[in-house]
Design a protein around this ligand. Structure first.
Ligand code: GDP
Ligand code: MG
Length: 472
């Protein structure tokens, strides 16, 4: 998905104006990618509609005077980014909203017996997750216990027994009793007597007929009166997630979701469906087969992963740190006059270096080339940027140049938006001045030309007045 988004962004950066088509193209790219991450088609479509409502095209195109958009985007020095950051952040926020059903899940209290029933299809990871959940709470000072109410699959009780023994958690089950309701009730009663405060009921995930499974779940739930029914979902379930979650919700009062196997390839887009279908939050994720490979669900990193964008929210915060809003008007003024100078490039490089690894995200955004910051070569890119900066430093360093007149020219060169007059002999002198090969200087000027071309689209753009900006 990261690739799709950069492609979408690339498309936007190639567009001279942000019109509806560009916005739609961008959204469509993101949509396609979300579908590939198993986010349900209906959810994606609704999200698209919402975003079109939130993101006003005129605001985006004009990029001025619109506090709403600017606030949403929070900070970005360059209006050409606003639509893109705006769309991406809107997508990000929408996905976070979908994952938040608005009410927290039941949390067990220490010293007071709670019953938690696990449901989900065979192989989704119920039995494994039961133990993880018990172990997690045991470490927090709870007294958990495990009840095996899966009488359908041979070996189910042995599996739970093994897990429970390993974690030193009391367990209950039977090799001979075939009635899951009976075992569940017996187990719950026994552990209540033993003062366990977290009684976990593991159930079957398969039956000869599907309807029988759901009827069994309904009966176990009715008999044990769980405080929480947990729906366990395999992250790789795909588009089937919604129907599956809904089917369980119709038989038992599902109150929370756990997504397993997040250590695999699946991005877990089905989690959004599970939340939508059960109207309950995801509370944990499973990240491996071992007992401690279990984490509290955190919406933002999950959505970032879904979007393949690294830590998007961290990225936004960082940008705000690096690019103070009050510096913007001057910069915007210059850019709107078509004055992208070497000095601006220098300042942008400075920002990137200040951002550290996150500066890498810039390679996704228009204006910063893949060549300058190719993926997986963060170190090399930084070195290259530093080298460019050293060269520009030496352009302002009078002492390094033999001819004073030339230095004067170069000084103005940094602030000129037209350094095309750089001829061979000047390039040679700059190279000598900073002690770098001539090729390096030419590379640097190439990068400048490329960036200047991108920024030339800014020319004539209406910019916010100083008052508008400081009011933010
Ligand atoms: P159940 O049929 O729903 O009880 O599922 P199980 O608990 O028996 O799990 C089915 C398989 O998935 C087992 O091989 C587990 O080890 C594996 N499994 C469960 N959770 C995870 C997880 O978070 N990551 C990985 N990699 N494997 C898991
Ligand atoms: Mg099982």
């Amino acid at each position: 998905l990261g690739g799709s988004i950069s492609r979408a962004l690339q498309q936007m950066s190639n567009a001279t104006i942000i019109d509806e088509k560009v916005l739609n193209d961008c959204l469509n790219e993101i949509t396609r990618a979300l579908l590939q991450s198993d986010v349900q088609f209906k959810l994606v479509r609704d999200m698209q509609t919402n975003i079109k409502k939130i993101v006003n095209l005129d605001d985006l195109a004009a990029g001025h005077n619109k506090r709403k958009i600017i606030q949403q985007v929070k900070a970005f020095s360059i209006p050409i980014y606003w639509p893109i950051v705006g769309v991406c952040e809107a997508v990000f926020n929408e996905l976070c909203t979908i994952l938040d059903p608005g009410k927290p899940a039941f949390t067990p209290k220490k010293g007071k017996p709670s019953v938690v029933m696990f449901v989900g299809l065979q192989g989704s990871g119920k039995t494994t997750t039961c133990t993880k959940y018990a172990y997690y709470h045991q470490k927090k000072g709870y007294k958990p216990a495990l009840v095996c109410a899966d009488t359908f699959r041979a070996g189910a009780f042995d599996q739970l027994k093994q897990n429970a023994t390993k974690a030193k958690i009391p367990f209950y089950g039977s090799y001979t009793e075939s009635d899951p309701v009976r075992i569940a009730v017996e187990g719950v009663e026994r552990f209540k007597k033993e003062n366990c405060d977290l009684i976990i009921v593991d159930t079957s995930g398969r039956h000869k007929q599907e309807a029988a499974l759901f009827e069994e779940m309904r009966q176990v739930s009715e008999a044990t009166k769980p405080d929480l029914v947990l729906f366990v979902m395999d992250s790789s379930i795909g588009q089937a997630a919604f129907d599956q979650a809904q089917a369980f919700k119709q038989s038992v009062p599902v109150g929370a979701v756990i997504v397993t196997k997040m250590d695999g390839h699946a991005k877990g887009g089905g989690a959004l469906s599970a939340v939508a279908a059960t109207k309950s939050p995801v509370i944990f994720i499973g990240t491996g087969e071992h007992m401690d490979e279990f984490e509290i669900f955190d919406v933002k990193p999950f959505v970032s992963r879904l979007l393949g964008m690294g830590d998007w929210s961290g990225f936004m915060d960082k940008i705000q740190e690096v690019v103070p809003m009050d510096q913007q008007p001057e910069l915007l003024q210059k850019l709107s006059e078509g004055n992208f100078t070497l000095r601006i490039m220098y300042e942008q490089f400075q920002s990137i270096l200040k951002m550290g690894p996150i500066g890498q995200v810039f390679s996704m955004l228009p204006g910063f080339s893949q060549e300058l910051m190719p993926k997986g070569q963060e170190k090399e890119s930084q070195t290259k940027i530093k080298r460019y900066m050293t060269m520009m430093d030496s352009m302002t360093n009078e002492g390094k140049f033999i001819l004073h007149k030339l230095t004067q020219n170069l000084l103005t060169e940094l602030d000129s938006s037209n350094p095309k007059i750089m001829n061979e002999s000047r390039i040679i002198r700059i190279a000598r001045g900073c002690g770098r090969p001539i090729m390096d200087v030419m590379d640097m000027l190439e990068e400048y030309k490329r960036l200047a071309k991108v920024w030339s689209k800014m020319k004539g753009l209406k910019i916010p007045k100083k008052g508008d900006m400081s009011a933010l």
